[in-house]
Design a protein around this ligand. Structure first.
Ligand code: XMP
Length: 509
């Protein structure tokens, strides 16, 4: 498969570059900026993208690639900091004192060229302090904006291009065309990275990797582990053993629905372990969020270990590690790699002496969803919002009791039903209800009530790292509020959370 290698200089947008390139059907991988020449050549990229970054190219610790990168004969596109690197490493000059430019700008094309072909003039997104003062040797200006006389450059002979703006971000109108021109026309990439090709490859790789061994998979009920199990089922059939632990802290009827999905839809039996009592007992009286997480993580491992004993021929554990986790572990300096991940089965492979099979190591979340759809996982399942491993335990603030779990499950069900009815579910990245440990006074009929408060939270996000609160229409909020208060005993007040992340987190605990 022909591919683009993206060198990460620490931009917050590096992952978005990879996603955008893959969206046009071209395979892209991210590597640290200080990759060696030999490793890069072994990867045989058809093109290289130098990402943006927070540094100044002249700074003391400014990250630079190995110097001969421009002499390899491989097409290069530098974005923002990447453009400035092209400049200073080829005798150009970057102006450190130029005014900062942040936000939209109008791109004006100065000269016909392959990179910007098909664009007449369009809105681009700028985010830089430094800018180019003089051109590097052998380069020419191909576009400018009002504030950046040098907004895009090329050395057509060497196939090296640079843009001061960010083609990967949504606000750059023709960003996709620019990346497509680079990948297809300049780098000449013909192969197509599709979900279908991923599945075929992954199935072969899994078969080669595990041979005749048996594999265990922990099914949490989330999208990643479900799609993982279905992929493995396609690859190794009945050598796959799935275990699902019902923690009693799932959404309403979630474990039942999951069992049905596998039983009926995929004709596959899943080992169900009912751990509700154990989880409840161990969480009794616990109110500290981190302690809740620790108890749940430990109990999960204990129960999983017991369940896995049934399959003592198994040598492998399947894990739904995604690409952002992998990039994090090959950490480069800079903000692009500060990805928070929650490993719910962390420690399991070591404890159980199992080897890991991780077929999603190169996928983004959206791509896992696409793989799921292609493998026949129903839409209602694939499009589900993320759900945290500790489940409702971190949405019930304060003590966890069977009564409070029941109240929150009901509120959450009504909330999700109503946003689906309003056609908003797919516009929201994550929506859920939270139960507060405080009571307040209300009045229902002629009676005074003194009951709990329920918080509704809904956010938009790309990866959960940052999030905006969702502007929920008032009429939808009104419906949800009256249904929750009328239908659920124990809640007499509903509030909507209007905190973004940062400064808030998505979950309340
Ligand atoms: P926060 O609350 O950190 O959440 O802004 C970001 C995303 O992570 C999920 N989350 C968790 N997922 N185990 C998980 O598997 C956890 O302990 C955990 N805590 C938060 C959260 O639902 C959101 O999608």
């Amino acid at each position: 498969m022909q591919k683009i290698i993206i060198l990460d200089f620490g931009s917050q947008y590096t992952q978005i570059i990879a996603r955008k390139v893959r969206e046009i059907g071209v395979y892209a991988e991210i590597y640290p900026y200080n990759i060696s020449r030999d490793v890069l050549l072994q990867l045989a990229p058809a093109g290289i993208i130098l990402s943006g970054g927070p540094n100044s190219v002249y700074g003391d610790n400014a990250p630079h690639p190995f110097p001969e990168i421009f002499q390899l004969g491989i097409p290069i596109l530098g974005i923002c900091y990447g453009l400035q690197l092209i400049a200073i490493l080829n005798d150009g000059v970057v102006d450190k004192s130029a005014a900062r430019e942040y936000g939209r700008a109008n791109l004006i094309i100065d000269k016909p060229n392959l990179l910007l072909d098909g664009i007449s003039s369009s809105q681009v997104w700028m985010s830089h302090g430094d800018s180019l003062k003089s051109l590097p040797a052998g380069f020419e200006i191909i576009a400018h904006t009002d504030n950046s006389p040098i907004a895009a450059i090329q050395n057509a002979n060497q196939n090296i291009f640079g843009v001061q703006f960010h083609p990967e971000v949504h606000h750059t109108e023709d960003g996709k065309t620019i990346l497509e021109n680079f990948a297809r026309r300049i780098c000449g990439i013909k192969t197509n990275w599709t979900t279908h090709s991923f599945i075929d490859n992954a199935i072969n790789t899994i078969r080669e990797q595990v041979g005749d061994d048996e594999v265990i998979c922990a099914l949490s009920g989330g999208v990643d582990s479900t799609v993982l199990a279905v992929l493995l089922l396609n690859a190794i059939g009945d050598k796959l053993h799935c275990i699902h632990i019902d923690t009693g802290l799932m959404r309403q009827n979630e474990s039942t629905k999951l069992m049905e999905l596998f039983d009926i839809h995929f004709k596959m039996s899943v080992e169900l372990i009912n751990g509700s009592d154990i989880f409840l007992e161990r969480l009794d009286g616990v109110t500290d969020p981190e302690q809740k997480r620790k108890i749940i993580g430990k109990s999960f491992i204990d129960l999983f270990d017991i369940g896995a004993k049934r399959f003592n021929n198994a040598k492998w554990l399947a894990q739904g590690t995604l690409y952002p986790d992998v990039i994090e572990s090959v950490s480069v300096k800079g903000p692009s790699v500060v990805i928070k991940s929650h490993h719910n089965v962390g420690g399991l492979p070591e404890i159980m002496g199992l080897k890991l099979v991780e077929p999603f190591r190169e996928l983004f979340k959206d791509e896992v969803r696409a793989v799921g759809r292609e493998l026949g996982v129903p839409d209602w399942f694939v499009n589900r919002h993320p759900f945290p491993g500790p489940g409702l335990a971190i949405r019930i603030l304060g003590e966890i009791t069977p009564e409070r779990i029941d109240i929150l499950q009901k509120a959450d069900t009504i909330y999700i039903e109503e946003i689906k009815k309003a056609g908003l579910y797919d516009d929201i990245w994550q929506a859920f209800a939270v139960l507060l440990p405080i009571k307040s006074v209300g009045v229902m009929g002629d009676e005074r009530t003194y009951e709990s408060t329920c918080v509704l939270r809904a956010v938009t996000s790309v990866d959960g790292m940052t999030a905006d609160w969702f502007p929920m229409p008032y009429d939808v909020l009104a419906n949800i509020s009256s249904r929750i208060i009328n239908e659920i005993r124990g809640i007499n007040r509903v509030v909507y959370d209007i905190t973004s992340k940062p400064p808030g987190t998505i979950e309340w605990e």
